[in-house]
Design a protein around this ligand. Structure first.
Ligand code: C2E
Ligand code: MG
Ligand code: MG
Length: 266
C-alpha cells in the first residue's frame, strides 16, 4: 500500500506538471454513419505522452485527476485544444461537431455553464458546435440535482449524450424525463452480439432508444460482423477500432472531409 501510495503521488505530480506545461494532447475518434461512412462527429480524448514514446492510459490518469482535484484544469486544457481545432475546421468549411467528455465535478460546478459559454465565444463557436458526453452513472444518479444542471445546459443550447449507457445504476423510468439527445451504448454490449442473449439485450436497448427518439451511437465496434449485426437492428452511429482508432487532428481532418472506409478484415 505504501508503494502504491508513493507511486500515486509521483504520478500525480507528473500529471500536474504535464497540465502546467500544456503537454497533454488531444486525439479524435470518429463517430461514423455506418450507412455512408460519413463522419457524424469526433470524440475528443485526452492523451498524455509517457516520455518513452508511448502513452499513459486515460483509464489511469483520468480517475487520478478526478480524485486529486486536477480534473477541472485538465478538462480546461483539453477543451481549449479541442475548441481551437474546431474553430480551424469551421474556418475550413467543415461542419461536424466534436464531443467532449464531462466529469462529475465539472457538472457539479456552479460556474460550468457560464464557463463553457465563455470559452466557446472566445473561439467564435456556439453551444451547438459541441456535444457533451456525460457518463450514465453521473447523469442519472442524484436525479434532482443532475436534472437541474442538464436542463440549464440544454436551455443554453448544448446537446447531451449519455456515455457508457447500460453500465450505470440508472433507473430506466427516469430516462424519458432526461433532456438528452444521444445515448452511447457501452462497448460491453457490442462484445456480446455473438450470443443470442447478447443480441436480445442490444435489440431491447435499441428499441427503447428509438421509442424515446434518442439518437444511438454504438461504442467499441471492432469487427465488420458486429457492425453489420447492429446495422440490421437499425443502428447508424458507430464508433470503434473497425472504423478508426483515436487519431491526431491532421488525420481526423481527412476523415471529416472524405469519410471513413472501414478496415477490410479484422
Ligand atoms: P469513453 O468516453 O467511453 O471513450 C471511449 C474509449 O474507448 C476511449 O478510450 C477509446 O480509445 C476506446 N475505444 C474506442 N473504440 C474502441 C474499440 O473498438 N475497442 C476498444 N477496446 N476500445 C475502444 P480512452 O481514450 O482510453 O479513454 C478512456 C476513458 O477516459 C474515456 O471513455 C473517458 O471516460 C475518459 N476520458 C478520456 N479523455 C477524457 C477527457 O478529456 N476528459 C474526461 N473527463 N474524460 C476523458
Ligand atoms: Mg466518451
Ligand atoms: Mg464511452
Amino acid at each position: 500500500f505504501a508503494v502504491f501510495g508513493r507511486e500515486n503521488m509521483a504520478m500525480q505530480s507528473r500529471l500536474s506538471g504535464a497540465i502546467q506545461d500544456d503537454s497533454l494532447q488531444v486525439f479524435y475518434q470518429p463517430i461514423v454513419d455506418a450507412g455512408t461512412g460519413a463522419v457524424l462527429a469526433l470524440e475528443t480524448l485526452a492523451r498524455w505522452p509517457d516520455g518513452k514514446g508511448g502513452w499513459v492510459s486515460p483509464e489511469l490518469f483520468i480517475p487520478l485527476a478526478e480524485k486529486n482535484g486536477l480534473i477541472q484544469e485538465l478538462s480546461g486544457r483539453v477543451l481549449e485544444r479541442g475548441l481551437g481545432q474546431l474553430a480551424c475546421w469551421r474556418q475550413a468549411g467543415l461542419t461536424q461537431p466534436i464531443t467532449v467528455n464531462i466529469s462529475r465535478s465539472q457538472l457539479y460546478s456552479t460556474s460550468f455553464v457560464a464557463d463553457m459559454l465563455g470559452r466557446l465565444s472566445g473561439f467564435g463557436l456556439r453551444p451547438h458546435d459541441i456535444i457533451l458526453e456525460i457518463t450514465e452513472s453521473v447523469a442519472l444518479t442524484d436525479h434532482a440535482r443532475q436534472m437541474k444542471h442538464l436542463r440549464q445546459l440544454v436551455e443554453a443550447g448544448f446537446r447531451i449524450a449519455i456515455d457508457d449507457f447500460g453500465t450505470g445504476y440508472s433507473s430506466l423510468s427516469q430516462l424519458h424525463e432526461m433532456p438528452i439527445q444521444f445515448i452511447k451504448i457501452d462497448s460491453a454490449f457490442a462484445q456480446r452480439l455473438h450470443a443470442e442473449d447478447g443480441r436480445a439485450v442490444m435489440h431491447a436497448i435499441v428499441q427503447l432508444a428509438q421509442l424515446l427518439k434518442l439518437k444511438i451511437v454504438a461504442e467499441g465496434i471492432e469487427t465488420r460482423e458486429v457492425a453489420q449485426c447492429l446495422q440490421r437492428m437499425g443502428v447508424r452511429g458507430m464508433q470503434g477500432f473497425y472504423y478508426s482508432e483515436p487519431v491526431p487532428a491532421a488525420v481526423a481532418e481527412l476523415m471529416l472531409r472524405l469519410g471513413v472506409t472501414p478496415k477490410s478484415s479484422h
